[in-house]
Design a protein. Structure first.
Length: 363
């Protein structure tokens, strides 16, 4: 069996939810997690599934229905009003997705905002004393997405002074963080019409002009264009079921600016999928702190070698140990885009040829 650890670093209680697409899932598919607590479970080595966080929840004493008698128990990520989920979480929701063994000797995983965003999260690889996995530089394997205002660290933040093993990395192998987005941009990245609870506006209800000066709430889950509109052109279905026909929406473009390593829409796998040799355990961390990572764009040559060969050569490992080099690459990276206040973001194409390996897309 494979360990699946879930940790809550948020200042509030989170109710994680887990759904299984194939393989043997954990004993519990939902539970309460206090701030600072972790919950360890196991899944089968061929498990395929999702992990998400439910926020602002209230259940009855036995966890079988909402505590206030309403239709839902949680403000976001609800799963039919019960603690132990039997179905996936309601959108909008941030997802950690895993295919532990795709049958080709590889594990595939990602942070997905295809169904929207409700909470920051990170995925941390646990090598489990597997020599081939332990030899992989940790700053290639542990993506993080931080899209909530008030939880974003400063642009020059270095976590390793206070947390020398931050997300199982260290100052020798530092994570490449996105470095340009600021608090104001994080507060505005979700288009007005995709907010779960958009501010009310007097008059005809037209969404605010830039000079309306209406403040957004500090926390507001964000629907994806597909989750909100369910249109073929947003969901890449029907005649739009191909990369050439289905293009990223403003929501998807904003996601890639805020969380460069996150899955933003159906055909975004080449800039969001992490591929490693099978055999690892994982930790999902809610509210990991710091900033979003920018691993796949910054270290595309190492990620390609890891996907194709299952390891990273010594010369490339040595490159990963130089913070100055990483910062230089980040400054040059197309992933570092500033979000204009009108929510239009120029899309920059990242080239990551991991498509040499097929990815089993989640439905």
């Amino acid at each position: 069996m494979t360990p699946l650890l879930v940790t809550n670093n948020c200042p509030e209680v989170i109710y994680p939810g887990i759904s299984t697409q194939s393989g043997e899932g954990p004993m519990q598919n939902g539970f309460k997690l206090e701030p600072g607590d972790s919950h360890n479970q196991t899944v089968s080595e061929d498990w395929q599934g999702r992990v998400w966080g439910r926020t602002n929840c209230s259940f009855n004493d036995d966890g079988t229905k909402p505590g206030d008698g309403g239709p839902k128990a949680c403000g976001s990520g609800d799963c039919n009003g019960v603690v132990n989920c039997r179905v996936g979480g309601d959108v909008p929701v941030s997802l950690a997705e895993f295919t532990l063994d795709a049958g080709d000797g590889h594990t595939y995983y990602d942070i997905s905002l295809v169904d929207g965003y409700n909470i920051p999260m990170a995925i941390v690889l646990q090598p489990l004393q597997n020599v081939s996995l332990d030899d992989i530089p940790p700053n290639l394997t542990n993506p993080s997405c931080q899209g909530t205002v008030g939880l974003l660290a400063q642009q020059s933040y270095d976590p390793y002074g206070d947390h020398p093993d931050f997300l199982r990395t260290n100052s020798s192998y530092p994570l490449p963080f996105e470095q340009k987005v600021n608090d104001k941009q994080v507060s505005r990245w979700c288009p007005w019409d995709l907010q779960q609870s958009p501010p009310e506006k007097p008059g005809d209800g037209v969404y605010p002009y830039p000079d309306d000066n209406i403040e957004r709430p500090a926390f507001n889950p964000c629907y994806s264009a597909c989750a909100k509109n369910n249109k073929p052109e947003d969901c890449c279905t029907g005649k739009y079921n191909s990369p050439s026909a289905c293009k990223p929406s403003d929501y998807s473009k904003n996601v890639k600016a805020i969380c460069p390593d996150a899955y933003s829409y159906a055909f975004d796998d080449q800039t969001s999928t992490f591929i490693i040799p099978s055999g690892a355990g994982f930790e999902v961390v809610f509210c990991p702190g710091a900033r979003s990572t920018n691993i796949l764009a910054t270290e595309s040559d190492k990620m390609l070698q890891l996907a194709q060969q299952g390891h990273v050569s010594k010369d490339k490992r040595d490159q990963l140990m130089h913070r100055q080099r990483i910062n230089t690459l980040l400054k040059r990276s197309g992933a570092e885009r500033i979000i204009p206040l009108d929510n239009t973001v120029p899309m920059v194409n990242f080239v990551l040829a991991a498509s040499v390996l097929a990815y089993a897309a989640f439905c």
